[in-house]
Design a protein around this ligand. Structure first.
Ligand code: ZN
Length: 186
């Protein structure tokens, strides 16, 4: 667990959800939908009756509407992860607004309403990001445990480091994208 995401950042940005007070843990997947990675993740989650949250990139939703529907059919939650996965930090308010609103429109077509949660790509945001998300009525959700699944090809190392850090209320960060597709499910 990083000290930054577990202590420093929550104190500086209390409006953001870094972890919860619930007893459950929250598994989140960023960057999908992806044809291989997301389907593998869904198969594993659904077979174990686990519900997760997927932070989707709008343009990937447009490319893979069927997989988006499969996520929803599985009973999982969906959040906004921008339209084109741009870094939000220090971008103009207009660029940030378009990224967030376009993804809300694209994802919103699959839901009854726009997604309730927003997560900035790479976890980089500024005060404009927070203000736009607030205007959109969305809670910014980060994480307190980063699986670092993009940095190691060995699932066993990821499992070992995550299980060592996890506590009730933890929000875990994983990815269902091209770089993790080959290791998921092994
Ligand atoms: Zn991302």
């Amino acid at each position: 667990m990083s000290f930054l995401n577990s202590v420093v950042a929550p104190a500086l940005f209390p409006s953001i959800l870094w972890r919860t007070n619930e007893r459950s843990i929250h598994i989140t997947f960023d960057d999908g939908p992806h044809p291989a990675a997301t389907r593998t993740v869904l198969k594993i989650l659904n077979s174990r009756g686990i519900r997760a949250t997927f932070f989707l990139v709008g343009r990937n939703v447009q490319l893979y509407p069927e997989i988006t529907r499969e996520i929803i059919l599985g009973g999982h939650s969906i959040g906004n992860h921008t339209q084109t996965h741009q870094v939000m930090f220090l971008k103009s308010a207009e660029v940030q607004r378009v990224e967030i609103q376009t993804a809300n429109d694209v994802i919103g077509e699959f839901l009854d309403s726009k997604p309730r949660f927003f997560r900035p790509p790479y976890g980089y945001f500024d005060l404009r990001t927070l203000s736009i998300a607030k205007t959109e009525g969305q809670r910014v959700v980060m994480w307190n445990i980063d699986s670092r699944d993009f940095s190691t090809p060995r699932p066993v190392s990821i499992v070992r480091s995550v299980t060592k850090s996890v506590t009730p209320g933890s929000i875990l960060l994983f990815h269902d994208n091209a770089s993790t597709a080959c290791s998921i499910g092994r």
